[in-house]
Structures are given as structure tokens and as C-alpha cells.
Design a protein around this ligand. Structure first.
Ligand code: IVH
Length: 665
């Protein structure tokens, strides 16, 4: 076998094992064997860049280029479904179909209604050509680069008989297990947790960096095929054919001949959904025959041949043992119920949210009450009711706390807010720890500190404010649990590295209220240094397009405090960036209106730096080459497919040096 054949063979068997693992969930080889094959393929492709293929399984790792999503059209509109919560309405639906198609038996297909984000995949000649979000139903975001990282979506189809061009729709989901792992990792890096798997999937799909998407546990279940040459005359067989082409079609899809069978399906999954490894919010009933679907047609919004039956939110009943009052990074107090453990929607629940004082009073929740809890897709369930008939006669109304459970400060309640706050920003431990976590988090200073380590650093009095990170000594770190020579060195190194973090992320890291990542970038673009920002007046601030009154007030309030100014001075003395880097060229509009695609590895700058240079000079970054691209900035080792495409479209390919010349003053 020559190299080319070996590469092709490896791609084929890795694709096969990906399918076994991610689609069939039945691996045929061990992880070690899989890694071995993958490593061989990576090596061979590195040695032979001319044999590179964008559909190779090695390309599912994504790219660190920031994408700006382009819009793309669906070939067929993406409709939604009519919803119902009652069996009567399903009977109506079936009756109406009987009237519209008189004298014919109608077969139905029942499927689970997966609770995630819908996606439309376009395939041309057996390969994935585009992945588009639902958008407004006619046009959506082109998220192909992100979707290509999802291992249960075939990049190249298997089997035979697929149409030359078709669209397949499905739902991108995250399993309970994947979701919990993801949130644990986010806690370790100090990133805020996602509220539920659907939000996590939606957020992930819109990340403008597919290398990050590749690390998230996304999965995709398919439920609808659209095209002009479908493989069968009915939905069920078409889905079975799609399964043979490599798509993940859950085994729960079932044909039903009549209403009782449909009700049977609904009842069965009403119970079994509790044990499913992912969230569903109902079931979908579809007319199986395409001919009959055609006869029934669609309304403007949804097909007349399908309906969704939505389950009521899952509930469980258990006893309230005690209440904790948690204080968050902003000082907001959240009452949390400790419960007798109970099974709910695939997880064992021990804690539930009680919202705020008003809600507790409204429901008259008391200690030892039997309470109803509910999980509306959210991972943290909430207490929604009290079974008063089970209340103990000696129970007493609950008194809400008046002082902070962490620092004893009297709580305040802001007008128009239901929650209580602890105003002791600088002395209340969870607020301090919250700020430390935020400062060290990946998207801020990226110090790589687990929450537990920050807790220890704080408890031992080693770090009280974010400037203290920069005075840490190795001997101090060695006193911490789970710290040894190497881990202490690593931490000190990453603290040192954080001094290179650009000013815009430093500003975000300070955690000034309302200054998120995007706003920090815009503020830095405008003011360029901490000195200029801290001296800005209300008028100076609101002159910036994105800054309104509330944000301006928050910034002024931050810089009016002596302790904050002192902190910034300390950070500055330690070498943390307090202005736009000198190495960054003067910003210009030299590239105004020009669209760039960056590809390959560069000698003098990272891709991130090139991206910055383009944007700070008025240019735009595109994810992929298209007719809109003005330049392709080509580094080393870039794939031949991109070069070929640029050549075909007549797009100038420029080197790193050419690019620097373009922005030279
Ligand atoms: S069929 C014309 N089947 O529910 C076909 N949709 O409320 C329309 N969904 O946007 C969709 N599971 O994101 C269909 N088995 C399933 C589904 C499903 C989840 C979502 C889908 C759609 C929404 C409609």
C-alpha cells in the first residue's frame, strides 16, 4: 500500500470507528488503539500536505480562527411544529387528517422531541457542504466550521442511494453527563455555569472558534430529510436509509398504526424519559407517507402532517430538610433548599432553588414541609409548591435572614429587585473569592486556577485581592493541598505569563459591573489606556457608542473608589498590561471594508495576533473563502483546498510579509 492508499485507508477506518463510538455507541476498538490510528494519520498528513482533505477525521479538531458567521439560505424552509399538551387535541389532529384524506389508512411515525438546537445540514455528492442554524426559517448562520467538529455527524456519507443534494435536519444536544462534565470544567476555570444543556448547546454552536467547539460534548440526532430525490416514499424508511448513510437516528423512532398506539408511545416515554441520558420536552407525531404529507400541506408556520405533544415539566415530591443562603460574586443572596434526595429527570436531586424571600413567603414554605420540585430543562430544579396537608402542626413560618450568612453585614434590598444583597464588597469572602475566580478565569487572565485552589489561597490568607496573585512565592504554594514542586512552578509560570494578557482582557478581568468581554474590547479601542479610562468624565464615557448612562455610572463608581485605584496601581507595578500594547501598530482604517481569510501557521505572529492586526486596522475576518473574500493571508502548512478555492475565485493570496506591508504606516 502506498502512502496515499494508507492515508485513505486510515481515514476510512477512523471514520468507521467514529461512527461506532459516537453514533452506535458501541466501540469496536479501545481508546488506545483508536489514538494509535489517529496519530499515524496525523503524522502521514503532516509529511504529505499535498494529500490533505478537509473531510479527513483529523480536521474535526476545529480551527482557532475567529469566525464571523456568514448567512446562508436553507434549500427548503425550516418550519416549526404545532404544539399540544392534551390527548384531545391529538385526537382532533388525527380526525382532521381523516377528513382531509378520506377513505385511506394513515400510518404515523412517533419520535422523541429532543430538547436542543435545530440544525440544517446540506449534503452535496455525499459530503457535508454546509450547516446552517434555523435563523428565521429561510436564512440562518453558516456554522459549518463548528458543526464539522461534531463526531456523530458524518462528513462523508457511507453506503449508497443518497441523493446528489439534500438537506437533513436534526437537533444538536448535550447529554446530562456531558453537560455536568462541562459545567465542572467551567467551575475549574472560573467560567460561569450554563443553566441547562439546551443553553449550553446553543452557546457552543455560536462560539466563534471551532477549536473550542471541538472540546464540547455536542451530539446530533436527525429527524427530517428534505430534497427532490428522497430514497423512499415515506419518512420512516427514509430515516432508516439515513441511518445507513451514517446519521444518528435514535432507536426510539416508531411506526404507529392508530391513535391508541400513538397514546401508548406517549405514555411509555412519559415514564421512560426520566431515565434517558438527555432531555426531551415531548414527542413528535408525523404522518409517515410523503404522498399524504403532500396532500395535507403546510400552513405558513408549520406542517399539517405533524404535531408535537409536549410533556408537562417533570416534578417530584420530597421533604425540605434545611435552607442554605448562598452569597454570590455580586453579593446577591440565593436561598437554596436542602432536600431528602429524590430522582428527577435522570439525576438525583438533593438541592433546589427557592428564588427569593418573596417567593418563600408567597408559597409559605416552612422547614420539614413536603414540597414539589420541578425541572424545566434547568439543571437546578426549583421548589414550586408545598403539600400543606402533610405539614407538621408545630411548623412555623420561615423568617428570612437579615444579615449576610458569610460576613454578618446587614443585607440590603435594592428597589425593583426581589433579591437581597450583601453590600460588603471588599470584606465578604464569597464576593472576594468570586472576583478572584473571575480574574483568573480562562477568558480573563487565564491563570489556570481551580476554584478549590483559589479557596485555599484565600483561606490561608495568601491572596486577598487580585494583585496578591503576583506576590505569591513557591514556598507558599507548596503548603497547599495537592501542590508539589512541578505544580507550584507551573502556577507561578502561568501567573507570569498573565502579564502578557492584552489590556482589553485585563479590563474585563477586573469584573467592573456591566463590562463584559465585548464591551471591554470596545472601551479599550476608544480609551487605549487605564489612565485615560479612569480619568474619563460622564460625558467622555457616554460619547462611546456602546456606553449608556448605567454603564457610565458603573465605571465612574468603580474608579471613584480609593481601593480600586490602589489595586490598579499595584497590578500595573507588577507589569500587568494597562494600555494597548506598544507592539500593536497605530490603529488605522487602512483595511476598511476588506474581508480576510487567515490560514496556516505564521512565522512572526500567532493567528490571534494577525486577526487583531486586521481588525484594529478596520478589516474583517471571514471563516471561509467565498466570493466576498478580498485576501487570503497564507501561512505555512495551509491546506491545498483553500489555495485551490482562492485560485478558482481569483482571490489574491498574500504572505505574512505582504500583509505587514499593507498595514505599515
Ligand atoms: S420535526 C417539518 N422532529 O422541535 C419538520 N422536530 O418545535 C419539523 N425537534 O424546530 C420538525 N425533535 O428543532 C421534528 N423528532 C423531531 C424533533 C423536532 C426536536 C425540534 C426542532 C423543531 C422544533 C419544532
Amino acid at each position: 500500500m502506498n502512502v496515499e492508499e494508507r492515508i485513505k485507508h486510515l481515514r476510512k477506518i477512523i471514520d468507521h470507528h467514529n461512527h461506532c463510538y459516537y453514533v452506535m455507541t458501541k466501540p469496536e476498538i479501545s481508546d488506545v488503539e483508536y489514538d494509535h490510528l489517529m496519530r499515524e494519520l496525523i503524522e502521514l498528513e503532516k509529511e504529505h500536505p499535498e494529500l490533505m482533505d478537509p473531510n479527513s477525521p483529523t480536521q474535526r479538531i476545529g480551527s482557532d480562527i475567529d469566525n464571523e458567521f456568514l448567512q446562508a439560505n436553507h434549500d427548503y424552509p425550516m418550519l416549526s411544529l404545532a404544539n399540544t399538551y392534551s390527548f384531545e387535541e391529538i385526537s382532533e389532529f388525527v380526525k382532521k387528517i381523516g377528513k382531509l384524506i378520506p377513505g385511506e389508512p394513515v400510518e404515523y411515525v412517533c419520535e422523541l422531541k429532543y430538547d436542543g438546537v435545530s440544525i440544517n445540514l446540506q449534503y452535496t455528492d455525499g459530503t457535508l457542504s454546509k450547516a446552517i442554524t434555523r435563523g428565521d426559517g429561510a436564512t440562518g448562520d453558516d456554522v459549518t466550521a463548528n458543526v464539522r467538529t461534531i463526531k456523530s455527524i458524518p462528513l462523508v456519507l457511507s453506503g449508497t442511494g443518497y441523493p446528489r443534494r439534500f438537506e437533513i435536519r436534526g437537533e444538536i444536544i448535550i447529554t446530562h453527563e456531558g453537560f455536568e462534565r462541562m459545567n465542572r470544567e467551567r467551575a475549574d476555570t472560573g467560567d460561569p455555569a450554563f443553566a441547562n444543556p439546551r443553553n449550553a448547546a446553543a452557546g457552543t454552536l455560536k462560539i466563534q472558534n471551532s477549536a473550542l467547539v471541538a472540546q464540547r460534548p455536542l451530539d446530533c440526532f436527525m429527524y427530517h430529510l428534505a430534497g427532490s430525490e428522497l430514497p423512499s416514499d415515506n419518512h420512516y424508511e427514509t430515516m432508516m436509509a439515513a441511518r445507513d448513510w451514517g446519521f444518528k437516528i435514535p432507536a426510539s423512532i416508531t411506526k404507529c398504526r392508530n391513535l391508541p398506539e400513538v397514546f401508548g408511545y406517549i405514555n411509555r416515554w412519559e415514564h421512560e424519559r426520566n431515565d434517558l441520558p438527555f432531555n426531551i420536552d415531548g414527542i413528535v407525531i408525523k404522518v409517515n407517507s410523503y404522498r399524504q404529507q403532500g396532500k395535507l400541506g403546510t400552513t405558513a408556520k408549520s406542517p399539517r402532517w405533524a404535531i408535537a405533544y409536549k410533556y408537562k415539566t417533570l416534578q417530584a415530591v420530597t421533604r425540605l430538610k434545611s435552607i442554605d443562603f448562598q452569597v454570590g460574586r455580586t453579593g446577591a443572596v440565593t436561598p437554596v433548599a436542602n432536600l431528602e434526595p429524590v430522582q428527577l429527570a435522570g439525576t438525583r436531586v438533593k438541592r433546589a432553588s427557592l428564588h427569593n424571600a418573596d417567593q418563600i413567603a408567597l408559597l409559605d414554605i416552612r422547614l420539614n414541609d413536603v414540597v414539589t420540585i420541578e425541572k424545566g430543562g434547568e439543571i437546578i430544579p426549583k421548589v414550586v409548591g408545598v403539600e400543606k396537608q402533610h405539614r407538621r402542626p408545630d411548623s412555623e413560618p420561615l423568617k428570612y435572614i437579615e444579615n449576610c450568612p458569610e460576613c454578618g453585614t446587614k443585607l440590603i434590598r435594592k428597589t425593583d429587585e426581589a433579591r437581597h444583597y450583601c453590600p460588603n464588597e471588599t470584606g465578604c469572602p464569597p464576593q472576594i473569592k468570586g472576583r478572584l475566580n473571575h480574574f483568573a478565569s480562562r477568558r480573563a487572565m487565564d491563570i489556570g486556577l481551580a476554584e478549590a485552589t483559589i479557596d485555599q489561597l484565600f483561606e490561608k490568607g495568601l491572596v486577598n485581592n487580585v494583585a496578591d496573585f503576583y506576590t505569591l512565592q513557591k514556598e507558599q504554594l507548596m503548603l497547599l493541598e495537592r501542590f508539589a514542586d512541578k505544580s507550584a512552578d507551573n502556577l507561578l509560570q502561568s501567573i507570569l505569563e498573565s502579564k502578557k494578557v492584552p489590556f482589553e482582557r485585563v479590563l474585563y478581568a477586573l469584573g467592573i459591573r456591566y463590562i463584559g468581554e465585548t464591551l471591554a474590547r470596545k472601551i479599550v479601542k476608544h480609551f487605549k489606556s487605564m489612565q485615560a479610562l479612569s480619568g474619563a468624565s460622564y460625558e467622555d464615557l457616554i460619547a462611546v457608542e456602546e456606553i449608556g448612562g448605567t454603564i457610565a455610572e458603573s465605571i465612574l463608581q468603580y474608579f471613584s473608589r480609593e481601593d480600586n485605584l490602589e489595586l490598579i496601581q499595584k497590578l500595573s507595578r507588577h507589569g500587568v498590561q494597562m494600555s494597548v500594547s506598544e507592539h500593536q501598530p497605530v490603529q488605522s482604517m487602512k483595511l476598511n471594508g476588506k474581508n480576510f481569510v487567515i490560514s496556516g501557521v505564521f512565522q512572526h505572529s500567532s493567528r490571534e495576533e494577525i486577526r487583531h492586526l486586521i481588525e484594529s486596522n478596520g478589516g474583517h475576518i471571514l471563516a471561509a473563502i467565498s466570493g466576498n473574500t478580498d485576501y487570503l493571508v497564507a501561512g505555512e502548512n495551509m491546506g491545498p483546498a483553500k489555495l485551490e478555492k482562492a485560485g478558482k475565485l481569483g482571490i489574491p493570496v498574500i504572505s505574512e510579509e505582504d500583509f505587514y506591508l499593507m498595514i505599515r504606516i
